[in-house]
Design a protein around this ligand. Structure first.
Ligand code: F0G
Length: 374
């Protein structure tokens, strides 16, 4: 028996729609750390436990790898030679990497000028065909579906039900780490696939059905239940400028500094409402300022660097703790969906500038003297 971890499909194959003959395409994704925030609760003077599931530590730096290992594995099993996606950046990075691994072609549609630098470099570096469109993510999502109707392309956005199947494994890992579900699970909501996938995973851990799970025929080999006894309350956070779930309707011109969730027409609209309603949860919104403040706060106080879209988990949680809808004594897990290195521009713009001095000992000592804790 080897203990070498080889990715989430091998780890959870009895809970995923794969067979012994399925050719697994993996980069050993999943198995990410669940990190207890030790300083933040003290700082905000709240008696709560907050655990961050740091998905930025996946192979391409975001949670998308969980869905992509499944989507590309099933595409290869079906004989596909090319995949396509629309993306605000992370999906394209993951698709490009897994397509490279599988030796198939990858086409990505991204909104011109609105994806973070790290993500763009990944899609380019892994050799995908990068198509910038003069439009936003929602335009890209529509176009991908249109072209895939006639061309032999396998869509790897989260309308592909295998994506959610891979992403649900995050809930299994959390339940295994805690021995039970948390009281609350908070996370960002953009295209709304991930909140739905979390809810599918938690539901299966407990052995309950959910309206969040599409295309149940792919779910044939599930063995459900036995991991936990109750499901968490799901709380989804959106950027105020891109908050269709708060408005109760699609948003045509979404805008936010958190470009990953700059989405106005989420494809998993119904599934996400089901997750919210079945769990007794809610949606809340945060301004760009609140998002950036939370990103910096987490980096400064806990040593965890996540991207702006991920920091909305913390920004929203701080709000909901402040207004006491999440009470003292609660255990909260928040998903930090992507690594801060994805978006160096935004990080640098909000941090203090480096010092520039002559290469002398006196100059260095002067800076240290000014900045040494008293
Ligand atoms: N956080 C990050 C870092 C993301 O990249 C995304 C989505 C989300 C949160 C929201 O997840 O869409 O399942 O509700 N990024 C997609 C992309 C849209 O193209 O990379 P969701």
């Amino acid at each position: 028996m080897t203990h070498h971890y080889t990715g989430l499909i091998n780890r959870y194959r009895d809970r995923l729609p794969v067979s012994a003959n399925t050719p697994v395409v993996s980069l050993n994704e999943g198995n990410t750390p669940l990190i207890e925030l030790v300083n933040l609760p003290k700082k905000i003077k709240k008696d709560v436990r907050i655990l961050a599931k740091f998905e930025g530590l996946n192979p391409t730096g975001s949670f998308k790898d969980r869905g992509m290992t499944m989507a590309v594995t099933k595409a290869i099993e079906a004989g596909a030679r090319a995949i396509i996606c629309a993306s605000t950046g992370n999906t394209s990075a993951a698709a490009a990497a897994y397509a490279a691994r599988a030796g198939i072609a990858c086409f990505v549609l991204i909104p011109e000028g609105k994806i973070a630098l790290g993500k763009l470099s990944q899609a380019m570096m892994h050799g995908s065909v990068v198509i910038q469109i003069r439009g936003n993510f929602d335009d890209g999502m529509r176009l991908v579906q249109e072209v895939a109707r006639t061309l032999p392309l396998n869509i790897v956005n989260s309308i592909n039900p295998y994506r959610l199947q891979g992403q649900k494994t995050i809930a299994f890992e959390i339940v295994e780490a805690l021995g039970e579900c948390p009281d609350y699970h908070v996370l960002p909501v953009g295209n709304a696939g991930n909140i739905s996938a979390h809810w599918i995973g938690y539901s299966e851990a407990v052995g309950l059905k959910t309206e969040s799970c599409p295309n149940l025929e792919v779910a044939a080999p599930y063995k459900t239940g036995g991991l936990a006894t109750k499901r968490p309350i799901m709380v989804g956070y959106q950027a105020s400028g891109a908050a269709p779930f708060l408005r109760g309707a699609m948003v045509d011109q979404p805008e936010t500094v958190a470009t990953a969730i700059r989405i106005g027409h989420p494809v998993s609209w119904k599934l996400a409402w089901a997750a919210k309603n079945e769990s007794g949860g809610w949606f809340n919104e945060c301004s760009d300022e609140e998002i950036l403040r939370a990103q910096k706060l987490l980096a400064d106080t806990e040593g965890i660097f996540c991207e702006p879209a991920s920091a909305i988990s913390i920004a929203g949680l701080l709000k909901d703790l402040e207004r006491s809808v999440i009470g003292e004594g609660s255990m909260i897990v928040c998903t930090l969906t992507g690594h801060g290195l994805k978006d160096p521009d935004t990080a640098i713009a909000q941090s203090s500038k480096p010092f520039l001095v002559d290469a002398t000992r006196t100059a260095i000592e002067a800076v240290i003297g000014e900045n040494m804790p008293k």
